[in-house]
Design a protein around this ligand. Structure first.
Ligand code: FES
Length: 126
């Protein structure tokens, strides 16, 4: 009887884990100021999410965090800026929410502005 009870409890735990797995993982919505909206898993890389959705930010390092060209502006939902990013920005850019997309891990819903692809300058180069 004890073994049967343990098997039932174990089965219930496995079933509960399986049932709630998608809820634990979670999804967020990334909204662009031009009206586009993208769903992405929590913990994903913003640069990769945008690229997968067809929003190509400039990059010569392929998302490795060294070219400083993948700039976007996070208007709502940003996590704290990393120390690796900070040297790339002026105080004004920091205040306005400019970030390197490849250094942003998506944690919650975001509202972001990406540069107009027809108006790209080489701001990331110094
Ligand atoms: S893609 Fe080069 S720094 Fe982000």
């Amino acid at each position: 009887m004890l073994i049967l009870s343990l098997v039932i409890v174990l089965f219930a735990l496995v079933a509960a884990f399986w049932f709630f797995r998608p809820l634990r993982r979670g999804q967020v919505r990334i909204t662009l100021t031009d009206g586009r909206s993208i769903r992405a898993p929590v913990g994903s890389n913003l640069f990769q999410v945008l690229r997968d959705a067809g929003v190509d930010l400039p990059s010569t390092c392929g998302g490795q965090g060294s070219c400083a060209q993948c700039r976007c502006r996070i208007l709502r939902g940003a996590e704290r800026i990393t120390e690796q990013e900070r040297p790339y920005f002026s105080p004004e850019e920091l205040r306005s929410g400019v970030r390197l997309a490849c250094r942003v891990t998506v944690q919650r819903d975001l509202l972001i502005e990406v540069p107009d692809p027809t108006d790209r300058s080489d701001k990331g180069r110094s």
